[in-house]
Design a protein around this ligand. Structure first.
Ligand code: CP
Length: 309
């Protein structure tokens, strides 16, 4: 494969290849000297039209740990502000000799559009409500790290399903690897067509928590709630917030808790839960660097055993 645009288009074998490749990459991160010469001579650029802390930084670190050169284009102070088009911006980056472009855009489909008009490899770092493939890959990696498998696990994705590219990529990845998936949230934040993907739909949080081995708690996207999807953040917390009381209700059942970040503390998840040993928030971030190293390595054509994505 030349691009990573979404998990919908990847096979289970390709997803497993990325997860297996991420394991030795994580070992590199844990060393004092986090540098291997694998991508020396390659250049990786990040082009983010939406804010990011984790995805952008971890792609840059992943590229640096593999000895690639990096270019981080700051859209806010770039010629995009003078009206330069998306494709002209992409072609300008390509003309500088960049081989791999990591792109985030508020519009669904932009990475696919760029991939059709460039010689560079394109990695989707989040497009609109559509997909965030590397987030789902790092979530899968984190689940597998704890359970040694994905197949037959019960995974609940909780919260703002409607606006969530993280939810969509997780659904594709989890189903392909054989997990059972439930989406849970207020009806106004669950798109009606989501059940056609093969997930269970639930609006009751207590039933969902009693069922699940793993929960992935989505961020309430405050910037996208302008159309009255929610009656209020306090009310959301009362009905769907993952609180100390909710964890205590489960007694001895220790579910694994994922959150992609950034967290709205006191809305979708409380401090107590986010800081609990069951919460994998920081582990997910570390795994994100390893998974992104694996993706860069595989897209650049590297593989010891001839397996690629
Ligand atoms: N999870 C995630 O995509 O975080 P950032 O927006 O900080 O990259």
């Amino acid at each position: 494969r030349k691009h990573l645009l979404g998990l919908q288009e990847l096979s289970a074998e390709e997803i497993n290849t990325i997860l297996d490749t991420a394991r030795p990459m994580r070992d590199i991160i844990m060393r004092d000297i986090k540098k291997v010469p694998t991508l020396r001579g390659k250049t990786v650029a990040t082009l983010f039209y939406e804010p990011s802390t984790r995805t952008r930084s971890s792609f840059e670190l992943a590229a640096k740990f593999l000895s690639a050169d990096t270019l981080s284009l700051n859209v806010a102070v770039s010629s995009v502000q003078k009206g330069e088009s998306l494709i002209d911006t992409v072609r300008t980056i390509e003309a500088m000799g960049v081989e791999i472009l990591v792109v985030r855009h508020q519009q669904s489909g932009v990475p696919q559009f760029i991939a059709a008009h460039t010689k560079m490899s394109v990695i989707n770092a989040g497009d609109g409500f559509h997909e965030h493939p590397t987030q789902a890959l790092l979530d899968l990696y984190t689940i597998k790290q704890k359970f040694y498998k994905i197949k037959d696990l019960r995974v609940a994705i909780i919260g703002d399903i409607f606006h969530s590219r993280v939810a969509r990529s997780n659904i594709w990845g989890l189903l392909k690897l054989g997990a059972e998936v439930t989406v849970c949230g207020p009806p106004s934040l669950i798109p009606v067509e989501i059940s056609k993907l093969g997930v269970r739909v639930e609006t009751n949080l207590d039933r969902t928590l009693a069922w699940a081995d793993v929960i992935n708690v989505l961020r309430i996207q405050k910037e996208r709630q302008d159309k009255g999807y929610l009656t209020g953040f306090d009310e959301y917390r009362d009905w769907y917030g993952i609180t100390r009381e909710k964890l205590n209700q489960l007694q001895n059942k220790k579910i694994l808790i994922l959150h992609p970040g950034p967290i709205n503390r006191g809305v979708e998840i409380d401090d107590y839960v986010a800081e609990s040993p069951q919460a994998m928030v920081n582990e997910q971030v570390t795994n994100g660097v390893a998974v992104r190293m694996a993706v860069l390595y595989l897209l650049a054509g590297g593989s010891d055993n001839g397996v690629t994505i």
